[in-house]
Design a protein around this ligand. Structure first.
Ligand SMILES: [Zn+2]
Length: 70
């Protein structure tokens, strides 16, 4: 008997189940779609990523306080 089955896929980014009618299908959210887009684009062209936009801040290795709490 014909069974109407909902097309359900998983978000390729976070593996979350996504319904075919979702606005961001096949992704669960715009965020994941952007992430996937970035993955694909990484080899073709570079898009500015707000996540890595901040200046690279290397934590300065602070000398241990000889009078540290003990
Ligand atoms: Zn997702």
């Amino acid at each position: 008997m014909p069974r109407k089955r909902a097309l359900r896929l998983r978000c390729p980014i976070c593996k979350k189940t996504v319904k075919s009618g979702d606005a961001e299908f096949p992704f669960c959210s715009e965020r994941c779609r952007t992430i996937d887009l970035g993955k694909w684009a990484s080899g073709a062209y570079v898009i500015p990523s707000p996540v890595t936009d901040a200046d690279e801040q290397l934590p300065e290795s602070m000398p241990e306080d000889p009078e540290g709490e003990s």
